[in-house]
Design a protein around this ligand. Structure first.
Ligand SMILES: O=C(O)CCC(=O)C(=O)O
Ligand SMILES: [Fe+2]
Length: 351
């Protein structure tokens, strides 16, 4: 039996230091604090002989010399991927590689800057639009994850440059502007994939609000005891993820954890519902370098009272609603109180 300890006290003490997990690594720890111990770290895939899953990869036709793919074929591939998998890897998505590289460097720069300056951004205030912390659910989850995150709300109200951290302000603005354009296209494709008019999801304001979660996963001295991010589904309408070369991201498919290997050209799209809301996680970083990822969450902030529910046009006697309507505020509050416990936040709203 594990020895009893004052978990709440240790969580608070760690949080109040405002140094993040990076601060622990910089201090030279060789064992991770108990608050990061997960009772069940099953890192390896449940073994299925010769597991071969082809990761759905979709060419959006926006690369240099693009135009070789038709809209119809892209919509068909998107429909297939999000129904079967709940995610896909997008290539030729229109965001240039140098912008993606600059974004990863900028975020690394934020996390690796003078800790005294970084400390100024440390906060858990849900109303703050620019903040950094370790685990948004540090106080509610059963076990903490080996990850620090800079969160910036980039749309609908674009922050002024001075409100953003100096180390990455320009690239945050440029990346977000491009991400908003890509988001519009993706919501059009998803609408069409659902058999709706192209603007349907955009008219529901799904493409309007963007938060960037810019993660830093420092090397973990005991990667078999914890996660980078434990199993969860996202709170957003969709997430578009940029990851670096380190790896560790896995999605759950047919009961098996599948690795999503890094690809410097690709972005990963994670969808929600009709459209599987795919469960995913990141293993604790076992390399000697930090891992950087930037998750673009198309979602409203917690103060947005807009009502969302199953799309009316898709409902019928044969296909009645499975979920009740809710507001962004109610949904976000539920998500925050639950933490990343591996269960779907949607269950709470099931009819
Ligand atoms: O870092 C990653 O690859 C995934 C991040 C993620 O799942 C999230 O921010 O919700
Ligand atoms: Fe996620």
């Amino acid at each position: 039996m594990a020895e009893k300890y004052d978990r709440a006290g240790e969580v608070k003490a760690f949080d109040e230091k405002k140094i993040g997990v990076k601060g622990l690594v910089d201090a030279g720890i060789t064992q991770i604090p108990r608050i990061f111990h997960h009772p069940n770290v099953t890192v390896t895939n449940p073994s299925k002989p010769s597991l071969t899953v082809v990761i759905p990869t979709i060419d959006l036709g926006l690369g240099l010399g693009g135009g070789t793919v038709t809209r119809e074929s892209v919509v068909a591939k998107v429909r297939d991927a999000v129904r079967k998998f709940g995610f896909f890897q997008a290539i030729n998505h229109g965001i240039p590689i140098d912008v993606m590289e600059k974004m990863k460097r900028g975020i690394r720069g934020f996390h690796e800057q003078d800790p005294q300056v970084k400390r100024g951004f440390y906060s858990r205030d849900i109303n703050r639009k620019v903040k950094y912390n370790t685990n948004f659910d540090l106080y509610t989850s059963q076990a903490a994850n080996w990850r620090d995150t800079l969160t910036t709300v980039m749309a609908p109200n674009v922050p002024s440059a001075e409100d953003l951290p100096e180390t990455c302000r320009e690239i945050l603005l440029e990346y977000s502007e491009r991400m908003m354009k890509l988001g519009e296209l993706i919501f059009e494709l998803l609408s069409e994939a659902l058999g709706l008019k192209p603007n349907h999801l955009k008219e529901l304001d799904c493409a309007k609000s963007l938060s960037l979660l810019s993660h830093y996963y420092p090397p973990c001295p005991e990667p078999d005891r914890t996660f980078g991010i434990s199993s969860h589904t996202d709170i957003s309408f969709i997430t578009i993820l940029l990851q670096d070369h380190i790896g560790g991201l896995q999605v759950l498919h047919d009961g098996y954890w599948i690795d999503l290997p890094p690809n410097p050209e690709a972005l990963i799209l994670i969808t929600n519902d009709e459209f599987v809301s795919v469960e995913h996680r990141v293993l604790a970083n076992r390399s000697e370098e930090p891992r950087i990822s930037i998750a673009s969450f198309f979602m409203h902030t917690i103060t947005n009272e807009q009502v969302y529910g199953p799309i009316k046009e898709l409902l019928s006697k044969q296909n009645p609603p499975k979920y009740r309507d809710t507001t962004t505020t109610e949904f976000a509050k539920h998500y925050l109180s639950k933490g990343l416990d591996g269960t779907s936040p949607l269950l709470h709203f099931r009819i």
